[in-house]
Ligand binder design. Structure first.
Ligand SMILES: [Zn+2]
Length: 418
């Protein structure tokens, strides 16, 4: 259902059409007045069909040619244009079908992508509490609580929690399979991360070296996961803006979008760059894990990097240099998932040198003399890539935790049916 509403800029009296695809979620929006260039922002509330708007007033329908902005949380939107009321346009909902080739695929992909948005509203706090109890060793409360939670999940193949190993597996399963996070990561990446993660436990002859690396490399599982969870919460705040990109990305449909004409709603741009910068730093902070594992698996020594480089010198590098300077060989067993990291965009954001044109949705990142232009939808894609890489690193931590338990003689109390 499409609603046409009009707002009038408080400053210059320009009338702007908001063409709203009403869906399941509130729609935060950010519009630049085409006349006086001041910013008009607000939120379309699903409940009661209300619109809150700043720097403009709601007005009655006007018949002239007008500037039109499309708003939708679930689907790609047409970028702002001048149009007449008589100009016929597809609704974002109908148009969305054409990006997928057929309406059924479009519906399924979009619904899958909405699972995490619902989780962010109604399950995230409880999940965080599970992890807080875990990090804080509140085993008695946690084990009973998790037993009750996994009883409701028929795909989790055990029902009793007797020790830390059990609860680690249960928490990992709950986080990946009941939240919509697996949709964001995508089937192929999830399989890849799981397979690489399993390498950690696949070579018992390396266990002592890996455990030494955890201790000497100061790989603090709780600390890494706590910061990771903060990023999941930050991601949840911007997620509604990303739903169309998640949906398109999973079936490789993103390439069907004409990015000059279509984009995603522009809202929370600052929070988007905030997530990008913080998740990037977290990834770079934890690159040492990938490096150490590569060193152990390829050269049998956690301190020996490729090209005769030394692990202790890598640790001293600034985060900006960690992907450069030849420490990481992309062909080594733990490297592949991080090959998409884009350093130039990181630097620009790090120096707050990015600007968005709300009309074209083109973002310019400036890094010294160089500049990179990206459409908002492409930048959203990079944010999702960072989220995926975060889960790759968390998958490694998950497997390192298991190895650490095994070294401490803690083993699962159940037999998992494969
Ligand atoms: Zn204006």
């Amino acid at each position: 259902m499409v609603h046409n509403e009009f707002v009038q800029c408080n400053a210059c009296k320009m009338k702007i059409n908001l063409r709203i695809q009403i869906g399941y979620f509130d729609i935060p929006f950010y519009v630049c007045c085409p006349e006086c260039h001041s910013t008009i922002h607000g939120k379309v509330l699903v409940k009661g069909n209300k619109i809150n708007v700043e720097n403009a007033n709601m007005i009655q329908f006007s018949n002239e040619e007008f500037y039109s902005v499309e708003l939708s949380a679930e689907f790609p939107t047409r970028k702002a244009i001048y149009k007449k009321m008589a100009d016929i346009e597809y609704s974002p909902y109908i148009r969305n079908h054409s990006f997928y080739g057929d309406p059924i695929t479009a519906t399924i992909r979009t619904q899958e992508a909405m699972v995490f948005a619902n989780f962010a509203q109604s399950g995230l706090n409880k999940m965080k509490q599970n992890f807080e109890l875990f990090w804080n060793d509140q085993d008695k409360i946690l084990f009973t609580r998790i037993e009750n939670m996994i009883k409701q999940q028929s795909h989790i193949p055990f029902s009793e929690i007797k020790n830390k190993f059990d609860v680690t597996i249960a928490l990992h399963q709950l986080l990946l399979t009941t939240t919509g996070i697996s949709v964001i990561i995508g089937k192929d990446s999830l399989r890849e991360y799981t397979e690489i993660g399993k390498l950690v436990l696949g070579s018992p002859n390396l266990f002592i070296k890996i455990d030494d690396f955890i201790i000497n490399g100061e790989v603090d599982f709780n600390h890494i996961e706590k910061k990771g969870f903060k990023l999941i919460e930050l991601f949840a705040k911007i997620y509604e803006q990303l739903i169309p990109v998640i949906a398109l990305k999973n079936g490789d449909f993103l390439k069907n979008i004409d990015k000059d004409q279509y984009g995603i709603m522009t809202a929370n741009f600052d929070e988007l760059t905030d997530f990008y910068a913080k998740s990037y730093e977290w990834i770079l902070d934890n690159l040492k894990i990938i490096l150490g594992l590569n060193n152990i698996f390829v050269r049998g020594d956690s301190t020996k990097c490729v090209n005769e480089k030394k692990y202790q010198n890598f640790i001293k590098e600034s985060n900006g240099n960690k992907m450069k300077n030849g420490y990481i060989d992309e062909t080594e067993p733990f490297s592949k998932p991080i090959s998409s990291l884009n350093n130039r965009v990181r630097n620009a954001i790090q120096h707050f040198d990015s600007e968005i044109d709300y009309e074209t949705q083109l973002i310019t990142f400036k890094d010294g003399n160089k500049s990179v232009d990206l459409y908002l939808i492409e930048f959203a894609d990079l944010c999702i890539e960072n989220f995926r890489i975060m889960f790759y690193i968390l998958e490694l931590i998950y497997n390192l935790r298991k190895l650490d338990f095994i070294q401490k003689k803690i083993v699962p109390s159940f037999v998992v049916k494969e």
